[in-house]
Design a protein around this ligand. Structure first.
Ligand code: KIV
Ligand code: NA
Length: 264
């Protein structure tokens, strides 16, 4: 796979070419994903749940994120590599810079942070200092204690309009990708059409420019848990490489996510 940059994603958006991405936490899977030509990888703070067995992402530290980012970069030199800034590591622009620098030094190409317009100054500060930013809106898991659980976001008109306004504000502040998690497909469509930058969805319907899944969910690793919006590709194919290839194929064709994986 040739080196993937934000310019490729911008071009794919303009061409209407859909792309898939996966979370990744270690070098071996990252290498397998690169061999299957997964263009975008995310070191998600979901590692608190799928690697550490915590009940939410809040305990994850910046040093843990940097460690896993280094592992993934070693396995995949060419994917566009995003890494999450974990809970309370970007409360101020200065704190965000210090922590984002650790992820960039570990090999990330872009950092992701959760929240709306209040982050505009932070996004501007980071991008002016050469740190690309992905903004994560909708069900932002670090806010689980504010939401009172993992619930679909933006169902009423007021919240939906606010999310669209937040996305535009963050794009104007310099964000280069938006991730939308667990939002109605109609809202995801409005936001995807309104933005010039690529939108990557998870539980946001097949209308976004890209899709992402937590790798453990797409392999069906957790025996008693599968989010409604995810799909077990290993059950379907019986082979890890074929599972990844099938996921990429269905995303590119627009057949995943289907209506059964989508909120309205
Ligand atoms: O941490 C994570 O895995 C994420 C994705 C679900 C977008 O943020
Ligand atoms: Na995350």
């Amino acid at each position: 796979m040739k080196k993937i940059t934000i310019n490729d994603l911008m071009k794919w958006k303009q061409e209407g070419r859909k792309f898939a991405s996966l979370t990744s936490y270690d070098a071996s899977f990252a290498q397998l994903f690169e061999q299957q030509e997964v263009p975008v990888l995310l070191v998600g703070d979901s590692l608190g749940m799928v690697l550490q067995g915590q009940t939410d992402t809040l305990p994850v530290t910046i040093d843990e994120m940097a460690y896993h980012t280094r592992c993934v970069r070693a396995g995949s030199p060419n994917a566009l590599l995003l890494a999450d800034l974990p809970f309370m590591t970007y409360g101020t622009p200065e704190q965000a810079c210090d922590n984002a620098a650790k992820l960039m030094r570990a090999g990330a190409n872009m950092v992701k942070l959760e929240g709306g317009s209040w982050l505009a100054e932070t996004v501007r500060t980071l991008t002016e200092r050469a740190i690309p930013v992905c903004a994560h809106l909708g069900l932002t898991p670090q806010s689980v204690n504010i939401f009172g659980g993992y619930k679909v976001q933006g169902r009423d008109k007021e919240r939906a309009d606010q999310m669209l306004a937040d996305a535009i504000t963050l794009q104007n502040a310099g964000a280069q990708i938006v991730v939308l998690e667990c939002v109605p497909a109609s809202l995801a469509k409005r936001i995807t059409e309104a933005l010039e930058i690529p939108v990557i969805g998870i539980g946001a319907g097949n209308v976004t420019d890209g899709q992402i899944l937590v790798m453990h969910d797409m392999f069906g690793i957790s025996a008693n848990y599968m989010p409604r919006f995810s799909k077990n590709y290993l059950a379907q194919t019986g082979d890890i490489r074929k599972a990844v290839a099938q996921y990429l194929k269905e995303v590119e064709a627009g057949t995943f996510p289907g209506p059964e994986h989508t909120f309205e």
